[in-house]
Write a protein that binds this ligand. Sequence first.
Ligand SMILES: Cc1cc2nc3c(=O)[nH]c(=O)nc-3n(C[C@H](O)[C@H](O)[C@H](O)COP(=O)(O)O)c2cc1C
Length: 213
Amino acid sequence: MAHILHIDSSPRGDRSISRQLTKEFITAWKATFPNDSVAYRDLGHYPVPFIDEAWIAASFTSPEQITPNLESTLVETSDTLIDELLAADVWLFGIPMYNYSVPANCKAYIDQIVRVRRTFIVHDQGEYQGLVDNKKVFVITARGGTFSPSTPNARFDFQEPFLQTVFNLIGVNDITFIHTENLAGGIEARQQSLENARAEIQHLIAACGGLKP
Ligand SMILES: Cc1cc2nc3c(=O)[nH]c(=O)nc-3n(C[C@H](O)[C@H](O)[C@H](O)COP(=O)(O)O)c2cc1C
């Protein structure tokens, strides 16, 4: 039995394409693996706070030297988010493309969960090591334009490379992106894009049979 963490980050509600597709993903997953459990976090409607000076001071202070006051800044949000993330076997993110990258609420979340001694460590020589393993990650993106490899705008995709790099940093390498592109390209293009994403979701879940944690 696997535990899934489903995270949406669109500030939009029912009109959000990424939300529609993550919802369909979970419905299809539960139909295939009915015993799996799902936790949900809505960054789009309930954003997490930006990290601040106290957060930085607390996260870079050694456990022996930290004061209760500093520690409380981490416990409230960052620890909760990291515990929730580590408790899940599968992470499903719904992420719109905003200004070629991720929405600010998603970046705020990443700043909270990428934390020294919790999700990565830095060795004496300066090399980084991720502390998170055995996670399977699906990222469903929604994009007005088209940025797939071999298209003219591929070089403007700062969303997938950023997420890939950040997940790799914390030790997570099994990442699958489902891009819903060209949503601003007219009714037919949009419909085609949704159909492609839906087919990919069905295919990926069916293929998960032998790989399921
Ligand atoms: C503030 C903002 C910035 C956006 N920036 C981009 C962009 O850089 N590239 C792009 O292809 N689409 C961009 N879009 C379009 C969204 O990616 C698209 O509307 C997508 O469907 C949003 O996800 P959602 O439907 O889940 O809310 C932007 C939309 C907004 C509101």
